[in-house]
Design a protein around this ligand. Structure first.
Ligand SMILES: Cc1cc2nc3c(=O)[nH]c(=O)nc-3n(C[C@H](O)[C@H](O)[C@H](O)COP(=O)(O)OP(=O)(O)OC[C@H]3O[C@@H](n4cnc5c(N)ncnc54)[C@H](O)[C@@H]3O)c2cc1C
Length: 402
């Protein structure tokens, strides 16, 4: 039997890992990446909980830039709580994307760099992506559950070869949109919605440090200093508005007025807020969004690497087993993404005074112990425990709803 043809837009962690799993399962996989070099440009700090990653990937040692044992959460009034981290690593993010793509290539996936996804059409009745918007939400992969059916279902995917400056059409049974926060696949499928973004701005810059990650939550957003080693750090901010002013102020505070001269590298990009209102992530069963393209980002910390890998597993299972993609990824992380969104909503309403009180609350020994057991990727395991121990936190939680 001929294998299913899968076209994937984007070779980040979501696209690369989907490609790896699907190729390993015997699918005919093609990945189209708009940039010439996989993993670049980098728009990421590369902080990751090693446990989630290591359940899925053997990370070569050379991709681990640093290991961090502690973090400080520093309130606007400069009081802080210091917490032990379990297994946090700082990775070479471009290296991670390349490593995953090599695994996928070894499993048989074909990668096409300098190829931009443009649009797609329904290959069965000739309708264009945008013309079929009324069908969205009706059929998350369901209608093609019948085993015989997928072979006759097609999407015609238009990709532009940037070097030859020509657009070609690729036929596939499924199109996976792993093309990041501004997903052109989501737009073509009418699934972009009214999503909201944080702007992430970061610089790699010399900063003497004690190898502890510093987080600075405040009314303005969140700022961080993440050490690569004792002399160099990834210093950044994420904010909904006035990000560049905030970034300049933060860099001045951390690296001095002459920070511009010291910057060794810059990384920037939009970070989507998880949007549970995107009712269906698939269109008529043949288009699946994953990773940032599907807003699978933990809202409080704005991290999404692990979520991209978890989403890729759901993509692979949905396609190989003709299963319901929505159900699969929601079962794996829907509740965690939702809870983290509520936390972020609450935090957006916090005043600096609220942050001061929150840090003070967490500094209490019993709460600190719970904070240390917090799994950033699975807040559902943690939120209730914390609220029961410290009912005062309900005052903060209320801000998520009111
Ligand atoms: C400043 C900043 C710091 C961050 N820090 C962290 C962190 O410390 N930890 C963490 O877990 N997460 C972090 N994130 C979030 C994390 O980077 C993303 O969640 C993660 O990269 C999502 O992976 P992805 O594969 O879905 O998308 P991406 O990594 O964005 O990959 C999408 C790929 O698609 C390609 N592409 C885009 N459009 C097209 C197109 N039309 N055709 C073909 N290819 C296309 C892009 O070039 C890219 O290679 C950070 C984000 C920012 C902006």
């Amino acid at each position: 039997m001929e294998s299913k043809k899968i076209a994937i837009a984007g070779a980040g962690p979501a696209g690369g890992f989907s490609a790896y799993l699907l190729a390993k399962a015997g699918m005919d996989v093609r990945v189209f990446e708009e940039h010439g070099t996989i993993g670049e440009p980098v728009a990421c700090t590369g902080v990751i909980t090693g446990d989630v990653l290591s359940q899925r990937l053997q990370l070569p040692k050379e991709l681990i830039v640093n290991r961090i044992a502690k973090a400080r959460i520093i309130a606007p009034n400069k009081e802080f709580v210091e917490v032990k981290l379990k297994n946090d690593i700082i990775i070479d993010r471009a290296g991670l994307d390349r490593h995953i793509s090599e695994l996928a290539k070894d499993a048989g996936a074909k990668f096409f760099a300098n190829h931009t996804f443009e649009t797609f059409e329904d290959g069965n009745n000739g309708g264009s992506g945008s013309e079929k918007e009324t069908q969205i939400g009706k059929s998350p992969i369901g209608p093609i559950r019948s085993k015989a059916n997928w072979e006759t279902r097609k999407v015609m995917v238009a990709v532009k070869d940037k070097i030859k400056n020509e657009t070609k059409t690729v036929e596939a049974n499924y199109l996976v949109g792993a093309d990041g926060p501004i997903s052109a696949v989501a737009k073509s499928a009418g699934l972009f919605g009214n999503r909201q973004f944080y702007v992430g701005l970061q610089a790699t810059i010399p900063v003497e440090n004690d190898n502890i990650i510093d987080f600075y939550p405040s009314e303005e957003g969140i700022a961080w200093v993440v050490p690569e080693n004792e002399k160099i750090a990834r210093v950044g901010i994420a904010a909904k508005k006035e990000a560049s002013q905030y970034f300049k102020r933060f860099l001045t505070a951390v690296a001095g007025k002459d920070y511009e001269k010291k910057i060794a590298g810059r990384q920037a990009g939009p970070i989507p807020l998880y949007d549970p209102r995107l009712k269906s992530k698939t269109k008529d069963g043949r288009v699946l969004l994953v990773g940032d393209a599907a807003t699978m980002v933990k809202a409080p910390t704005l991290g999404g690497i692990n979520q991209s890998l978890i989403g890729a597993e759901a993509v692979a299972e949905a396609i190989t087993k003709n299963a319901d993609y929505e159900k699969l990824w929601k079962k794996r992380m829907g509740m965690d993404l939702y809870l983290s969104l509520l936390m972020r909503k609450a935090m957006e309403r916090f005043s600096n005074e609220d942050y001061n009180r929150l840090v003070e609350t967490f500094a209490r020994e019993k709460n600190k112990a719970i904070l240390e057991s917090y799994d950033r990727d699975q807040p559902s395991r943690f939120a209730l425990k914390l609220l029961m121990r410290e009912p005062k936190l309900l005052l903060f939680a209320k801000k998520a709803w009111f």
